[in-house]
Design a protein around this ligand. Structure first.
Ligand code: NI
Length: 135
């Protein structure tokens, strides 16, 4: 038997999608409004899933206080109210698309939790656009 526990979180962040080697016109064509040279913000909604076996002694799959702390330290502190391109090391070289942000969040969380868990990251960039990354 396995079960998944979820924890939701939220952060606001600014970004710009662009490739330096492309002209402003080509960037605007490919990335649309997300290529605005002056950056813009999104309200990101995050759902982190932790799948595994329930601990028979406690009845917990994972202590949610621990998951809350990991998400706070690895995602909310470094990303909330930040410019992702300028203030998050990973996005100085990688375009901060919702895909790449989800992968970065996954990598940060996986390294903090026991390897017996399977992690999933669902990240909404808008209420209708979201990605799921499971490694
Ligand atoms: Ni955008």
């Amino acid at each position: 038997m396995s079960l998944t526990v979820y924890r939701k979180a939220h952060f606001n962040a600014a970004h710009r999608l662009y490739k330096e080697e492309w002209s402003n016109e080509k960037n605007a064509l490919i990335f649309g409004k997300c290529s605005n040279p002056n950056y813009h913000g999104h309200n990101y909604d995050l759902e982190v899933g932790v799948t595994g076996e329930i601990d028979e002694e406690t009845g917990f799959l994972i202590d949610l206080k621990i998951l809350k702390k990991v998400i706070y330290e690895e995602v909310e502190v470094p990303f909330d109210h930040k410019n992702l391109n300028l203030e998050v090391e990973a996005f100085k070289t990688v375009n901060p698309t919702v895909e790449n942000i989800a992968i970065e969040i996954y990598n940060r969380i996986v390294k903090r939790l026991d390897s017996r868990f399977d992690i999933s990251v669902k990240l909404y960039e808008t209420p209708r656009n979201f990605v799921v990354y499971t490694g």
